[in-house]
Design a protein around this ligand. Structure first.
Ligand SMILES: [Zn+2]
Length: 437
């Protein structure tokens, strides 16, 4: 079907349309006039259809509110009052993906299915869950998913329990998670990224039911939502369903959920933290050393892609020059890096594993010297070409942890869309441009 710009389809005004050759799709952005919801669709011949609804949910503390809410809305809703519709869905549906994810600044509810009827059913369950959850009716949901006191017997001590509380106690037991939490907290102390959206176990019990419910009321509104449709399904019936069953019941409101940037520091900041090891373990060579840099805004398409390639080239290929320099200097047993892009200001990290604190200065020296040398002398052209080719392939294949392709693209679109930039920004022909440079 042909769509016309600015025309309204089942309550949705088409505001942008673009052919995206690289992923063989037509991308469209619609604005739902009555409710203020934004909807993005990627139309193509992939039968593995994806639907997702995301909300911008920047936390202002580390009680894990966004994460607890993510769990709680899936514990029953208006049309699906069963206590565990999510578990029942997992059993009865033909879905190829079904989950919910809490990010540092957004919460995403994606589903995927190859079966048309199943796809509509999944959309129905998820939209009902996020817009009409039973959390207002039953305060037990908050206590069960968030936190509550538990007393096994009168002579025992009272303890905290809760699904998210227990889950987060597990999460913070690995050194990598402690490290990456510290990286974001130290680089962005004055923004939502300085808080723990998943919840810090010691802080989770500070969350009140009142604050929990008002967070839902404020942020889980269509005016703060980003809806995504992907695949070979017919778009008009999908729009009609979302409008008739849900969005037409909401009026547009102003919501301040803007993600604010962190101002730069005047110099390098140093942070030391610890992680738990077993009594029987030796503390020697258990240190992690890490250097981290805020690179740019994730809405800078060229840097977004170029750094993704650069991180791979410097630290992940067999000939990776930065990794090699650090290993050769015997700073630790393993070296890895990361370029974090699902965040307003992207981060480049270099990490040495199984090192010791007294090798810290040497580590800084080698990173600086190697990067300086590569910037001065240039990088081997063949290495650059090979890295671009691998990244180009992975963009096209979108093969990531067994996720459906459509979901990988959804996350990529959100990387710019959430910050009010063009959602298709990271999918166009930049690779060709980079190759030419
Ligand atoms: Zn969880």
């Amino acid at each position: 079907m042909k769509f016309e710009l600015q025309k309204i389809y089942n309550g949705f005004r088409l505001i942008q349309e673009r052919r995206i050759k690289e992923i063989n799709s037509t991308g469209r952005v619609f604005f739902h006039e009555k409710s203020g919801a934004l909807l993005l669709s990627l139309e193509n011949d992939d039968d593995n259809k994806v639907f997702s609804i995301s909300f911008r949910t920047p936390p202002d503390d580390s009680t894990g509110l966004p994460h607890i809410l993510e769990h709680s809305v899936l514990c029953g809703s208006r049309k699906y009052p069963s206590k565990e519709p999510f578990i029942e869905l997992v059993k009865g549906s033909l879905h190829t993906f079904l989950n919910a994810m809490t990010f540092p600044d957004k919460t995403m509810y994606p589903v995927a299915s190859r079966n048309e009827k199943d796809f509509f059913n999944l959309m129905n369950v998820y939209l009902d869950a996020v817009l009409y959850p039973n959390i207002y009716k039953y305060s037990e949901i908050f206590m069960q998913e968030g936190w509550h006191y538990e007393l096994d017997s009168p002579d025992r001590e009272i303890s905290y329990k809760g699904v998210v509380y227990n889950e987060m106690k597990g999460v913070f037991s690995t050194p990598e998670s402690v490290l990456f939490r510290n990286i974001q907290r130290s680089l962005f102390p004055h923004t939502c990224y300085g808080k723990e959206s998943g919840g810090e176990p010691d802080v989770i019990p500070e969350l009140t039911l009142e604050k929990f419910l008002s967070f839902h009321k404020n942020y889980y509104h269509p005016s703060n939502s980003y809806i995504y449709l992907y695949g070979d399904g017919e778009i008009p019936p999908q729009l009609k369903f979302i409008n008739d069953e849900y969005l037409k019941n909401f009026d547009r409101i102003e919501i301040d959920s803007a993600i604010r940037p962190q101002l730069g520091f005047s110099g390098l900041k140093e942070v030391t933290d610890s992680y738990p090891i077993a009594d029987t373990e030796d503390e020697r060579d258990k240190s992690y050393l890490s250097l981290n840099f805020v690179v740019s805004s994730s809405t800078d398409a060229e840097v977004y892609l170029a750094f993704n390639i650069l991180e791979y080239l410097l630290l992940e290929t067999p000939a990776a020059p930065l990794k090699k320099a650090l290993i050769d200097a015997k700073l630790g047993k393993d070296v890895f890096g990361q370029y974090e892009r699902s965040i307003l200001q992207t981060i480049f990290s270099v990490v040495v594993k199984n090192s010791s604190e007294n090798r810290k200065e040497k580590f800084k020296e080698i990173v600086q010297e190697t990067l300086g040398r590569l910037a001065g002398d240039g990088i081997d052209k063949r290495l650059i070409e090979a890295s671009i080719n691998i990244k180009e392939f992975s963009l096209r294949e979108a093969d990531f942890r067994g996720f459906p392709k459509g979901l990988v693209y959804c996350i990529q679109c959100m990387d710019s869309w959430l910050y009010d930039a063009d959602p298709f920004m990271n999918m166009n022909r930049l690779l060709k441009k980079l190759k030419k440079l």
